[in-house]
Design a protein around this ligand. Structure first.
Ligand SMILES: Nc1ncnc2c1ncn2[C@@H]1O[C@H](COP(=O)(O)OP(=O)(O)O)[C@@H](O)[C@H]1O
Ligand SMILES: [Mg+2]
Length: 276
């Protein structure tokens, strides 16, 4: 098995995407996208439906092959073994169908890959992960019978179990790749999960999240990649990207920015006059 690189190596805490392209069959879905991120930051990927966000994320996590370069901790992700990838990054897919009759504890337990955990350690980890996503006491519930939002949070608990420590014992960060992690949650749980992800980054982990909601993006993202038509439209810090003209172009819809009260976080609202 590969060893993690030494923590002093600056590339060990970076995600480097350089001219990455992804084709499915003969269709090129992602074209020449470049950006880089550091562990310790919350990076959001936004853009209209069908702009290639999920496809790009899957290339970054090693699920889809790509051309160009995508390096995590200095290593080309496409060349890493599934076992090694599983140690360094967790992935929350956009939709997770499970057709087996599993209970919540069994689903979350799929993420406990650290074999040093004894039976009690494992049960504790599952319980702690469920508490973090606001599902304390859900262990014995049937996964199939949960609401969509509860299932989404169970899946996030599973991912957290996999990469529990934002920074591993050897000083190297772990990464969370999240595809629309809060899209089926109510507002309280949206904030709770965004705070959890931001906390993971603040503790030194890497977070890359495809985001549907521009206001949550504005509130939590340190850097933002904007996709349109399979290409990078923009990449930069929150204030650089959260601009009315740029967002209006991205979504092909007039948008304006406003502020509420004393908050320094911009709010995105429809622009260009009457909307109803
Ligand atoms: N497996 C696939 N086969 C063919 N086309 C696909 C496949 N996956 C995605 N696409 C197409 O690629 C485009 C981008 O999809 P996706 O990455 O899921 O976009 P987003 O996540 O931004 O909504 C869409 O037009 C979609 O229809
Ligand atoms: Mg998607």
């Amino acid at each position: 098995m590969h060893q993690f690189k030494l923590a002093e190596d600056p590339s060990s805490s970076e995600l480097h995407v350089e001219r990455a392209s992804v084709s499915i069959g003969r269709v090129q879905i992602v074209q020449d996208v470049s950006f880089h991120a550091h562990a310790g930051e919350f990076v959001a990927i936004i853009g209209p439906s069908g702009s290639g966000k999920t496809t790009l994320l899957k290339a970054m996590t090693g699920e889809l092959s790509y051309s160009g370069s995508i390096r995590l901790a200095g290593m080309e992700t496409g060349k890493l073994s599934a076992e090694y990838l599983a140690q360094m990054r967790g992935v929350l897919p956009q939709a997770s169908q499970i057709s087996f009759p599993l209970n919540v504890s069994e689903v979350v337990g799929l993420g406990v890959i650290d074999r040093r955990q004894g039976r009690d350690g494992r049960a504790r980890r599952i319980r702690d992960a469920l508490a973090k996503v606001g599902l304390h006491g859900f262990e014995g519930r049937s996964y199939q019978e949960l609401s969509g939002g509860e299932q989404q949070r169970v899946q996030l608990a599973r991912v957290l179990c996999q990469v529990w420590e934002p920074v591993a014992d050897d000083g190297n960060p772990r990464w969370l790749f999240l595809d629309e992690p809060v899209s089926s949650l109510d507002i309280k749980h949206q904030y709770q999960i965004m705070q959890l992800a931001a906390g993971y980054a603040a503790a030194g982990g890497g977070v890359v999240a495809v985001m549907h909601d521009l206001n949550l993006t504005a509130a939590f993202a340190d850097r933002i990649l904007v996709m349109k038509g399979g290409k990078r439209l923009s990449f930069g810090g929150r204030d650089e990207v959260m601009q009315a003209d740029l967002l209006s172009e991205a979504y092909d819809f007039p948008l304006a920015l406003t502020r509420s009260g004393e908050s320094d976080v911009p709010l995105v609202v429809p622009g260009g006059g009457s909307v109803r």
